[in-house]
Write a protein of this length. Structure first.
Ligand SMILES: [Zn+2]
Ligand SMILES: [Zn+2]
Length: 548
């Protein structure tokens, strides 16, 4: 389906048709039942999201014959060069064409050499390099958010396999890393062989050759790897720790174990509970997201682990958009959704006037918007809409609204949305200058990165964070799963410098308020506690914080 979509795209087919096949492939990739069974039983896959009669027939053809005639025909009409590109549906053909032209190459083999030699980066930039590297890789990385969705389907599939007693996420998925290269699961079951065989029926996976009987790896049609490992229930705790990692954490833990009991054959003993293993090693249980070998073991031995931030600690969200700029829902709808989440306040942060592409508000429009918010606030009880804006930081470091307008706002989120290519010194100075405005509130998505897509702009993070602190400003963790900006490393640095942080969604629809989960994960990986985060405060405390 994916290849057919790519091939259709290259032969100039209707773009809706191209998109329909790609969507169908996404659906098939996470169907938590055997497709062959479904087709066999119902005779059709209609009813699965995005799959109508036509595509259902196509899937049935692939299942029955192992081929798709229409795809074979389409491929026959293409040049070898284009055929090769269509074989990697994750690649954007237009970007490949651009790279081929600039580099004077004509095949993946030559392209790979150019990637390794660094020519792609030097001639075409880091973002295109990132795209090509990922498109050519046999193992696709996913955002944690996407991996989590797929993991839910996998768990539900495995739970229904007879003989499965326990399933747990392991590896980077459990440690909630920003991106995931391999979805790992540990399984306690009667027969690993039969569970692995059953899993061959999950979505459209293909089983990969494996080294041993305890582990099996699979690959989805979109090149996502899934690894299942079996463990006896009696050793569950120890195996869970090993499989969760990180490598550094497990190595450090092994050292502790070796000192304590030099004769144990099995580093962490045969214990069924993870907590019990840590206890025997003289420490408290360590949350998976802290297991990176960055001081968590020492902290756990001294019983000084942080009490990590929880979603329930948050009382509001300080960054979101409505239809007034580039959001999908109205002010009223955002308020209603925030109330349903149990929030006590939100800040509405429309884009400012320079950001035309995102329908930024002129000063006049902002003033009208503020009046609407005032009116709505009068009607609300136990809920406050904070008047705010996502104010562009212009190239020279000035803010995109005049002081006379900024002073009417309760707080601001200030962000860079243009001129990403400035060098480190200029970009850093731009931010420092912006923070000298008395109306600078929260620094929005500090580096502008998009995970797996775009590197951030180049800044001296420590210098910037120090100025945030010195000027009594704040910095956000932007929870959008594509951004997660600050990174956990920078957020931890911020905490060590004594900064307070806002964990915001930057939601552009009511649905995206859910992103807060991803931001809280990020905060947890940065060791943040409730007290480190400003939107855990009451509205009265928050107003005090932002009083200038
Ligand atoms: Zn923004
Ligand atoms: Zn925003």
């Amino acid at each position: 389906l994916r290849q057919y979509s790519a091939a259709l795209g290259q032969t100039g087919a209707d773009r809706f048709k191209v998109a329909a096949y790609r969507r169908a492939a996404d659906t098939v990739d996470r169907v938590s039942q055997s497709l062959a069974d479904l087709v066999g039983r119902a005779g059709s896959l209609q009813g699965l999201s995005g799959i109508g009669a036509g595509i259902s027939k196509v899937i049935a053809e692939v299942i029955e014959t192992g081929r798709l005639k229409a795809l074979d025909e389409a491929l026959k009409q293409m040049t070898p060069e284009l055929r090769e590109v269509a074989s990697r549906p994750q690649l954007d053909p237009k970007k490949v064409a651009r790279a081929y032209k600039a580099l004077g190459v004509h095949s993946f083999e030559e392209l790979r050499l150019a990637l390794e030699g660094g020519q792609v980066r030097s001639k075409l930039g880091a973002n295109l390099e990132l795209h090509l590297q990922q498109g050519l890789s046999d193992r696709r990385r996913l955002l944690w958010w996407e991996a989590d969705k797929l993991a839910v389907e996998i768990e539900s599939f495995l739970a229904r396999v007879p003989g499965v007693q326990k399933v747990a996420r392991v590896g980077s998925l459990r440690r909630m890393q920003e991106t995931i290269g391999d979805l790992g699961f540990l399984i306690a079951c009667r027969s690993a062989t039969s569970v692995f065989r059953k899993f061959e029926g999950f979505g459209a996976v293909e089983r990969l050759p494996s080294q041993n009987r305890r582990t099996a790896s699979f690959r989805t049609s979109s090149s996502v790897e899934i690894t299942l490992t079996s463990a006896p229930g009696s050793e569950w705790g120890a195996r869970l720790i090993e499989a969760t990692g990180s490598t550094v954490h497990v190595a450090q833990l092994s050292k502790v174990a070796a000192k304590g009991a030099p004769r144990t054959k099995n580093a962490f003993g045969r214990l069924s509970e993870e907590r019990e293993v840590y206890r025997r090693l003289g420490m408290t249980w360590i949350p998976p997201e802290l297991r990176e070998g960055t001081g968590e073991i020492e902290a756990a031995r001294e019983d000084k682990l942080p009490v990590l931030l929880e979603v329930a600690d948050l009382r509001g969200d300080l960054h979101m958009h409505t239809t007034a700029s580039d959001g999908a829902n109205s002010l009223e709808e955002m308020v209603e959704a925030a109330q349903a989440r149990g929030y006590e306040y939100i800040a509405i942060t429309e884009h400012s006037k320079s950001l035309r592409i995102a329908n930024g508000l002129s000063e006049k429009e902002l003033l009208a918007h503020i009046r609407r918010i005032d009116k709505l606030n009068e009607k609300l009880s136990n809920f406050t809409i904070l008047k705010s804006a996502e104010v562009d930081i212009l190239e020279d470091g000035t803010l995109d609204y005049s002081d006379s307008v900024l002073k009417l706002l309760d707080l601001t989120v200030c962000s860079i949305h243009s001129r990403f290519a400035l060098d480190r010194k200029k970009q850093t100075d731009r931010l420092l200058r912006a923070m000298d405005s008395p109306y600078f509130g929260i620094l929005g998505h500090a580096t502008g990165r998009k995970l797996l897509r775009r590197q951030g702009y180049d800044i001296d993070a420590e210098k910037v964070l120090k100025r945030v602190k010195a000027n009594h400003c704040f910095v956000e963790i932007n929870s959008n799963p594509n951004r997660l900006d600050l990174s956990a490393e920078n957020a931890r640095l911020a905490k060590s410098l004594g900064l307070k942080i806002a964990v915001n969604t930057d939601a552009h629809s009511v649905d995206e308020l859910r992103f807060i989960r991803a931001g809280v994960n990020q905060a947890r990986r940065a060791w943040l506690e409730k007290d480190d985060v400003i939107n855990t405060r009451s509205i009265a405390q928050l107003r005090r914080i932002f009083r200038r």
